[in-house]
Design a binder for this molecule. Sequence first.
Ligand SMILES: Cc1cc2nc3c(=O)[nH]c(=O)nc-3n(C[C@H](O)[C@H](O)[C@H](O)COP(=O)(O)OP(=O)(O)OC[C@H]3O[C@@H](n4cnc5c(N)ncnc54)[C@H](O)[C@@H]3O)c2cc1C
Ligand code: SF4
Length: 476
Amino acid sequence: MGEIKDFIKYKRRPVGYRAVEERIHDFKELDLPLTPDEITQQARRCMDCGIPFCHGAGCPLGNLIPDFNELVFKGHWEQASRLLHATNNFPEITGRLCPAPCETACTLGISDEPVLIKHIEYQIAERGFEQGWITPERPSEKTGKRVAVIGSGPAGLAAAQQLVRAGHDVVVFEKHERAGGLLRYGVPDFKLGKDILDRRLWQLEDEGVQFQMGVNVGEDISSRYLHKMFDCICLTMGAGQPRDLNIPGRGYENVLFAMDYLTAQNKLNASEPVDEREIVTAEDKIVVVIGGGDTGSDCVGTARRQNAKEIYQFEILPKPPDSRPVDTPWPMWPRVMRTSSSHEEGCERRWSVSTKEFLGGAGITAERLHGCEVEWIKKNDNWKIKEIAGTDFFLGVDLVILATGFAHVVHEGLIKDTALKLDPQGNIMVNNYQTSDPQIFAAGDTINGPSLVVQAIDSGRQAAAAIDHWLQKNGG
Ligand SMILES: Cc1cc2nc3c(=O)[nH]c(=O)nc-3n(C[C@H](O)[C@H](O)[C@H](O)COP(=O)(O)OP(=O)(O)OC[C@H]3O[C@@H](n4cnc5c(N)ncnc54)[C@H](O)[C@@H]3O)c2cc1C
Ligand code: SF4
């Protein structure tokens, strides 16, 4: 650690963004990384607190945070990169996208502002790439065992990388034409440039991971084929079943799911072919995003860059408090008011709003939204929603985007064919990442429901360890 009182001497210096007027005209990443001197000062703020909750209770990957902070402070960047990669396959991605539960668990955060952990992680990973320290790690021996990974999101990629490094032959099957899952087609480029993803995919390919793109498993190839051709299968298909809003007028063609909207824009940015009918622009339109979460915020940022006339974001839950509420004390993840870079770019956010119907004329597009305000009432430990009389309102709309979340993995196709056991939420049920079919393992949003990149990476790593163990014992 630095001097014992460095956390008093140096204040937290948050990561900046490019100016709003500049960034809303492009889809490029918006972070402005700190300088080397600034980052060293931020690392010095880590105060050697004794029990690092950031690493134990905060980071799902168990990143060794105080240790890499010390290495950064002392200028041992290569060692820091090695240490970080020991627990995290893709720190350049979590360094950009993670909501950083480590920071809300930082001991310094009890009385001051927490250490800037996420951005230190970003800087270590970026320096690792710049300096050529991140190279393919090929196994010294091959096991002769074959593993099929279904889905190329962060869970599938982490599992594939761990398995190939353990000496297994790994084939990743992906229904899209390019790998990355939601990192490629959901997360907008202004949060994660796709060159960052491609840079990591080259490493996986160099290590021996094979990618079979444009293959929808369950449709183009059967689970029977996979069982015959592979010793083990790992399902990392995400939680792609969107939650719908089944209200009158849902069928209008200008009411669409967030993923359809975001995917089309990400493909356009990458000059990937997009069907004319899939392209939806918010240009000069009044846009309502329904859903106050991160996906909704990504839609707001995308609509802003498409030159929307007005943007609203509706959330059915009440507005969160500005500071940590008593029901989520330190080091827990608190539900507090958060303002994303997209919100800063301009949109009207409303909370405790329920949308009742979409109204249109004789045509096929919704012209008005009918909503009302609601209150949440607790009865016998259950929350109930109640409309507030006299609050009904109508709003003219040109485009409505449903960012109402995801339910679970898509059941149609592979999951139904394999008849795997599901949990009550509709996720694939696992015991130490093994499904009800002993040859099939699963990880990521497929077993957790919609979650976070950091959880997906952790889950992919854990599933790979379980598969490796199982193959050694049972692989024939
Ligand atoms: C718009 C949006 C923004 C987000 N932003 C953030 C963020 O900023 N930070 C964060 O931590 N999390 C974020 N998330 C959540 C995060 O992206 C997910 O939790 C994470 O990607 C889950 O990883 P996964 O590997 O389990 O699944 P996914 O990333 O969903 O990948 C699953 C892959 O499986 C493929 N697949 C599915 N079925 C088949 C099949 N039958 N055959 C072949 N391939 C198949 C899919 O095409 C997909 O590529 C965001 C989510 C969305 C939707
Ligand atoms: S992965 Fe997320 S939780 Fe873990 S150290 Fe990085 S920012 Fe923190």
